[in-house]
Design a protein around this ligand. Structure first.
Ligand code: HEM
Length: 541
């Protein structure tokens, strides 16, 4: 798996570093005060550094009744940041958990990062102590993209979050919504199949990068649900603008480039250029959503007056605003949330699934066999997905191996809390390493790195729920509990249907009988495939 544990800096090393830093300062002082700089001053430097370290590490532990979670020794101002670096991805954190245990603490400048890596503790964070750990930390960049928490995904746990979640549930996250829209989802998917068949010669000989077409399909699914609007083609100028705005938003928000200014408030002035770029993008992006989509719905609603029939999610949400439940800003931040939370995650999952299916033709064949033996020629629809366990296992296996949000969206405790016998200082960023829970050989037996949907089938589920009653906390790609993903009700059937349709109509292969590259590219908390590969589609009659 290529996990490389980073060794902690020992206290001695820290003393030496501090001493080294203090020598030039002492030297400077000595020269200013015309005092020679002999060995005595050097010794003084060492003693002073030890004292600083002692006072610092003592002050860290003394205030709390229970100790802080273990972790590498940190230095003032920078904490552990210089040791651990910027890219604290799921693999690095998994390897650190092997050194420091299932819960550990990293100081990143002025911020605390608590990492949870076992199912028992994940149950505590997400379920039993879901209220205590139910807030979200933001950072200087997310503050801009969420208007300081006027959205739903990044807002603190409290009345505003409850209201937003309730208002979004009715138009997006109920069984009725799934029933109402599943025919439309299928239409959009059938158009993808039609396009591939219409370009049969090209797609079977040269292949295509399917991502862009699937992106259009997902935007259409979500924009039809949200605004009753759709894009004509990949060349539609509005589609080009929407995807540019959203991908630039993700790039800026998920980058590690701004960590220094986020971790160390003293350095924040140097981040001004970056933050201005984010603000400028956000202003133009929200204006785009407003001008082309939200305002259109407002006008239609106003023109129809009392006779208006609510016909998309935005109508519900504008209605809630007109009743005074939420503000105009909240409306636009709901649009912002759906554009990233819904579309990107589902698109990444599709890309991972297709890549693994191409690399595992036997899995494609098994899905095909299951569909034909169970449905006997009937088409796959949302309502018969539950009769196709192997297909569902394939979706799960994709999310297990390539968890799109591998550390979940970070949680936060507004007040000091206790977890696993440790004190968690207030306002710590608490991440659950969902990817490691789903890929740790201790819980998944041999070869968790292998793509094998069978592991989710009934006969193999000997190692059932490790913790948390009925919920298997080893597999939580959507989180669990209060802040879990409400979009699971849409994402799972959409993923199942797309895979079923593509596999039923095509044999998918990599060009030149190679394998698709499944290297990862991560961000602050996202994980997607690094290269958008070309896939050959051979129609099946
Ligand atoms: C495969 C696709 C998806 C994955 C893997 C995924 C994953 C997640 C995860 C891990 C969280 C955070 C859970 C936590 O912090 O404990 C989350 C939150 C959220 N997701 Fe999804 N999601 C997906 C699709 C969707 C879709 C389709 C929608 C909407 C239509 C959506 C809307 C949201 C929202 C609004 C939240 C914030 C919930 C809150 O903070 O209360 N997601 N998602």
């Amino acid at each position: 798996m290529g996990l490389q544990a980073k060794k902690p800096l020992s206290s001695t090393l820290i003393i030496i570093t501090l001493a080294a830093a203090l020598i030039p300062i002492t030297k400077l002082l000595c020269s200013h005060l015309s005092i020679p700089f002999p060995t005595f001053q050097f010794s003084l430097t060492i003693v002073a550094s030890s004292l600083i370290l002692y006072i610092y590490s003592n002050s860290k532990n003394k205030k709390h009744s229970a100790p802080l979670p273990p972790g590498p020794t940190s230095v003032p101002i920078f904490g552990n940041w210089l040791q651990v670096g910027n890219d604290l991805n799921h693999r690095v954190l998994a390897s650190m958990s092997q050194t420091y245990g299932p819960i550990f603490l990293l100081k990143l400048g002025s911020k605390n990062l608590v990492v949870v890596s076992d199912p028992e503790l994940a149950t505590q964070v997400l379920h039993s102590q879901g209220v205590e750990f139910g807030s979200r930390p933001r950072n200087v960049v997310f503050d801009i993209f969420t208007g300081n928490g006027q959205d739903m995904v990044f807002t603190v746990y409290g009345d505003h979050w409850r209201k937003m979640r309730r208002i979004m549930t009715l138009p997006f996250f109920t069984n009725k919504v799934v029933q109402n829209y599943s025919d439309m989802w299928e239409q959009e998917m059938d158009l993808v199949v039609q396009d591939l068949k219409a370009n049969e010669v090209v797609v079977r000989s040269e292949g295509i990068v399917i991502r862009r077409r699937l992106q259009l399909m997902l935007y259409n699914i979500m924009y039809r649900m949200m605004f009753d609007a759709k894009f004509e083609s990949q060349e539609d100028p509005l589609f080009i603008q929407a995807t540019r705005f959203n991908s630039e938003r993700s790039r800026l928000a998920q980058s590690f480039e701004y960590n220094y200014g986020d971790f160390i408030p003293l350095l924040r002035p140097f981040l001004r250029g970056y933050l201005n770029k984010c603000k400028d993008l956000q202003t133009r992006r929200l204006a785009f959503f407003n001008n082309y989509y939200v305002d259109k719905r407002r006008k239609i609603m106003a023109a129809n007056g009392d006779k208006h029939k609510i016909s998309c999610a935005m109508d519900h949400i504008i209605d809630a605003q007109m009743k005074g439940e939420i503000s105009e800003e909240n409306v636009i931040y709901i649009v912002e949330n759906i554009n990233v939370a819904a579309i990107e995650t589902t698109l990444w999952s599709m890309e991972w699934a297709i890549a693994e299916l191409v690399n595992h033709p036997a899995v494609q064949a098994k899905i095909r066999d299951e569909i034909s033996s169970v449905l006997k020629g009937e088409p796959v629809t949302e309502s018969n997905l539950n009769q196709l366990p192997y297909l569902q296992a394939t979706v799960k296996e994709t999310l297990r191996l390539h968890t799109p949000i591998p550390l979940l969206v970070p949680h936060m405790n507004l007040e000091e809390a206790k977890l696993g016998g440790y004190t968690i200082p207030k306002e710590s960023k608490v991440v659950v390493n969902a990817w490691w829970l789903a890929n740790n050989p201790s819980w998944w037996g041999e070869n968790p790195e292998e793509f094998r949907p069978e592991r989710f089938l009934e006969e193999e589920r000997g190692t059932d729920a490790v913790a948390g009653g009925k919920v298997d906390f080893r597999f939580v790609p959507f989180g669990v509990g209060r802040r879990s993903c409400p979009g699971i009700i849409l994402a799972l059937p959409i993923l199942g249907l797309v895979i079923a349709k593509l596999v039923s109509d095509f044999q998918m292969d990599a060009p030149n009988e190679t394998k698709i590259d499944v290297s990862e590219k991560g961000g602050q908390f996202s994980l997607h495939i690094a290269n958008h590969s070309t896939v050959l589609f051979h129609p099946i009659n």
